[in-house]
Design a protein around this ligand. Sequence first.
Ligand SMILES: *Cc1c(COP(=O)(O)O)cnc(C)c1O
Length: 369
Amino acid sequence: MPIYTAKPYVDEQMCQDVVAVLKSGMITQGQKVEELEEKFASYCGSSYAAALSSGTAGLHAALYVAGIGPGDEVITSPFTFVATFNSILMVGAKPVFVDIDYKTFNIDPEALDKAITSKTKAIIPVHLYGLLANMEKISAIAKKYKLIIIEDACQAHGAEFRGKRAGAFGDFGVFSLYATKNMMSGEGGMVISNNSDYIEKIKSFRHQGQSVHERYKYIGFGYNYRMTDIHAVIGLHSLAKLDEFNLKRQRNADLFNEYLKNVEGLETPVSPDQYRHVYHQYTIKIDINKYGRSRDELVEELVKNDIYPGIFYPKPLHLYDIFANLGYKSGDFPVAEDVSMRVLSLPVHPGVTEDEVKKIVSVICEFKK
Ligand SMILES: *Cc1c(COP(=O)(O)O)cnc(C)c1O
């Protein structure tokens, strides 16, 4: 059996509930969306939530509602999925990158502090692979310079720092419910906030700028970014399983940590004290000089054995030709550039069994030179 990096979980009850929505006659945004919003906000320890058609739509909506636009700078990580970056372009603002921390893969607070200018309006910390960025330091910096924080928690449903959950630290917390994420609705997104005005404006933005109280009363600009009840029931099932599935991911990560700890040239991911890492990805770094093989050679070997690892991400965003107009060059973010060539994400999702972890580990160990 092939082992993939992701395997969306679908069960019989979920299928029946989807069919029930289809048969109900109410198949667009309705009560199921509302139920999901309430349950998700409560799960995250936040007061309000708005469901959208994707995580990208959520980032776009949060930036728009925060009033970010042309002439403003938004700071984020160059080592993230392109959606984080694209959302900044969507509101016409300027993305500014800062380097990441070598161990956590998340934005380096010291570098962040140095990158702030009079034009900086917001920070989008990304909780990469399921580990929270250093929100203590980032929040202190945001407070000092009066900046908005939009957490990109698209990979971090249920991740915690000192018992507080991802998305609940910033002005906005944005999640993706794409099929391969820790929690999913097929396609979908969620924004949480303790500010009811923000959430009301996001609900208007996702619905062509119409007032949530009155149809055809336009209070702003907007898109069609709605979620459907069909997706929301999938999301409700997935939310009910989130804690159990995150525990399975953690168990698999613990097994990998144990089995790989003495393999020279492989660096396993860290989960610092007081953090709860939810392992959207289990990402190791390969030191070619000590392991004797390159990352790409190891990928080939794993694939030969019917194991399909992932590379997130093969190149930091500032090195893509298409973004050259930002004026960055090779060498600007040495940590992101270094790790992008050496990271490898091993299958860690809840469907991966202990025997499969052992199989992956044995391929890795036998391939070492
Ligand atoms: C998945 C993801 C997104 C985008 O979410 P979509 O639902 O695919 O639009 C944004 N940022 C990060 C870090 C992601 O992993």
